[in-house]
Design a protein around this ligand. Structure first.
Ligand SMILES: Nc1ncnc2c1ncn2[C@@H]1O[C@H](COP(=O)(O)OP(=O)(O)OP(=O)(O)O)[C@@H](O)[C@H]1O
Ligand SMILES: [Mg+2]
Length: 582
């Protein structure tokens, strides 16, 4: 899957991701087009056959000619059958191929999105991505090939003019009316589709949020609010859906009626022409068949237009996601740094979260030598977690630089940066799967021994060995089947398993009891040897592990130095606001 996706990406440099993939399969579409040309030519066969039978065979009783013509038309019908089937199959194969390539491409981009550009709502993001199905259906739909039939309207008109120029009047007038009606319907459809699309995404956002926070909704007795907004948006969507349906069926029916009117008008004109001896009986029949055929593709095209609106709205939104900044842009080459020694330096780093103006980090400067161990303390919201996220390269500073091993971290492949770092987040997230899967998710090649060693050090072994399934115990989505402390232990094991040179621990023991915390401290003491450690904590127990202390307040460093000195200064009240942190 990955190799395929990458193949797709490299082939797409500098081109539009969607059209380039579709056009990449032009050979298949070319075949479908070739078939379409023949199919349209064959469409003239039956009217011309009928005309000849009426005009030549019947008056002259030429039975032999009848059979010669009939065998000819039989062959044409057989070929037509084969071509139509092959065309549908070819279009299907092409669109399946395009679908696989596009899905891989979209997923790759979505997973590579920079955190800054990640859409705020998971639910509407998912809904918009899923709506890509309508683009896929559109390219897959066999009716797309009716577009190819459009130019053949001209051919049919020429044949009509050859039979009699008067016959042109009804189809031409009808085509003009059909175009005008479709144009107005189109504009209305566009507006309705956009509104529906947004409302559907919003409804999904609400749904996902309510499901994820179901427990909290219940505890707060707040279900009625979620229910109300669901009902409102469902009602709105139903109303919009009805409007869309009405517009679409009005247009399609108009074109169908026009088609019938044209057939009748052609017969009326034909009758007058016969009276004046300008047309044969066969001519009248052939004309009415061909004139009907002129409008048939228009009818299908108006149907297709409705599908197109849907597809275009979702293509636009997926397109928007595809143009968001990613961590590995096509035109970017990174300096290879498969292993970092563990030097970290902040040079005048300031940071605000996207869409906000508040400086969460304000001109931070400090440097850590490889192997140095530092704790960062400070009041809630002072920017400690944000600081770790900048070290991990999840976010880039709005000013200043984060330097790793003497290199601006933007020069290093984010995957390399994170391979050298073990991170325990403040609120660890686990995934659906076995405990083993969760432990080795970041290091799939870790041996069982490595996994067990990390699990023992983090205290996972203690609860895993008591469980009947051991390391095969199933963990629910987001780790909901475990306690907060157990989740934290797994997160610590996950961070240790790849033996990284940098450990970023964001309150690794906040949910643990004293005994587990001191066990963790003892194993970390061994594990941290030789590693650069950045420990964020509100608890004093783990401070044993570090030699240096940085105190943060409102995004600034208010104290930085050897642990004992900083603690003494805090106790002595020399460091104002941050005092309550210890
Ligand atoms: N994703 C986000 N978008 C916008 N603002 C954010 C985001 N995450 C954090 N913040 C803001 O950044 C500031 C610092 O947050 P941060 O999580 O770094 O604090 P912290 O020091 O880790 O706090 P705590 O001790 O509670 O974990 C807070 O004011 C918070 O409101
Ligand atoms: Mg935090």
């Amino acid at each position: 899957m990955e190799a395929r996706a990458r193949e797709g990406v490299s082939a797409l440099k500098g081109k539009h991701w969607f059209w380039a993939t579709v056009l990449g399969n032009w050979r298949l579409y070319r075949d479908a087009l070739g078939a379409a040309v023949l199919i349209n030519l064959f469409a003239l066969a039956i009217p011309l056959y009928t005309m000849n039978v009426y005009d030549r065979v019947v008056p002259n009783n030429a039975i032999e000619t009848l059979w010669v013509l009939s065998i000819g038309i039989g062959l044409v019908l057989l070929l037509n059958f084969v071509l139509t089937t092959v065309r549908a199959y070819v279009v299907d194969v092409a669109s399946k191929k395009v679908d696989v390539q596009l899905s891989a491409l979209i997923m790759e981009r979505v997973l590579d999105l920079r955190m800054e550009s990640r859409p705020a709502s998971v639910g509407s993001f998912a809904a918009n991505l899923r709506s890509f199905e309508s683009v896929r259906d559109f390219i897959a739909s066999a009716s797309l090939t009716t577009l190819v039939d459009l130019p053949f309207i001209l051919l049919f008109l020429v044949v009509l003019a050859w039979i009699s120029p008067w016959m042109l009047i009804p189809p031409v007038v009808a085509i003009v009316i059909a175009l005008v009606v479709s144009w107005f319907a189109q504009a209305r459809m566009e507006q309705l589709t956009k509104q529906t699309f947004q409302a559907a995404a919003q409804r999904n956002a609400g749904l996902v949020e309510s499901l994820a926070g179901l427990e909290t909704l219940k505890v707060l007795n707040a279900q009625s609010g979620a229910q109300r907004s669901w009902e409102q948006s469902t009602e709105y969507l139903a109303r919009q859906g009805a409007k869309i349906k009405l517009t679409s069926s009005l247009t399609v029916n108009t074109v169908q009626t026009l088609q019938q009117v044209v057939t009748i008008a052609v017969i009326i004109i034909g009758t007058y022409l016969i009276q004046e001896a300008q047309l044969s009986m066969g001519g009248i029949i052939a004309s009415s068949m061909i004139a009907g055929r002129c409008l048939a593709p228009l009818g299908q095209v108006t149907g297709l237009m409705m599908q197109y609106q849907n597809a275009r709205t979702s293509l636009d939104s997926v397109d928007m996601y595809m143009s968001l900044p990613v961590e590995h842009p096509d035109d970017r080459n990174f300096v290879p740094r498969p292993f970092l020694k563990g030097e970290i330096e902040f040079r005048g780093v300031s940071f605000s979260y996207p869409g906000t103006t508040q400086k969460v980090l304000d001109s931070l400067s400090f440097s850590l030598k490889a192997g140095e161990k530092v704790a960062i303390i400070g009041r809630i919201g002072s920017g400690k977690t944000t600081l770790s996220k900048l070290i991990l390269g999840l976010f880039q500073p709005t000013a200043g630089t984060v330097v790793l091993d003497g290199l601006d971290n933007q020069q290093i492949d984010p995957a390399d940066v994170r391979r050298s770092m073990g991170y325990v987040s403040q609120d660890p997230v686990l995934f659906y799967g076995t405990l083993k899967h969760n432990l080795t998710i970041g290091s799939p090649f870790a041996s069982d021994d490595q996994m067990l060693a990390a699990a023992k050090q983090a205290g996972v072994d203690e609860f895993a060995s008591r469980h009947p399934d051991g390391y095969d115990m199933m963990i629910g989505e987001r780790g909901e089947s475990l306690s907060g402390g157990q989740r934290q232990a797994i997160a610590v094991a996950r961070a240790l398993i790849g033996n990284p040179s940098i450990l970023l621990l964001d309150e690794p023991s906040s949910n643990m009891d004293n005994q587990s915390e001191s066990a963790l401290r003892e194993s970390l003491r061994k594990e941290c040897d030789g590693k650069t450690v950045v420990l964020v904590t509100h608890r004093t127990a783990l401070l044993d592990l570090v030699d240096r202390l940085i105190v943060m307040d409102m995004g600034r460093i208010v104290a930085d130095g050897p642990k004992d000195q900083v603690i003494a200064a805090l106790r002595g009240g020399q460091i104002g606001k941050a005092r309550s942190a210890v």
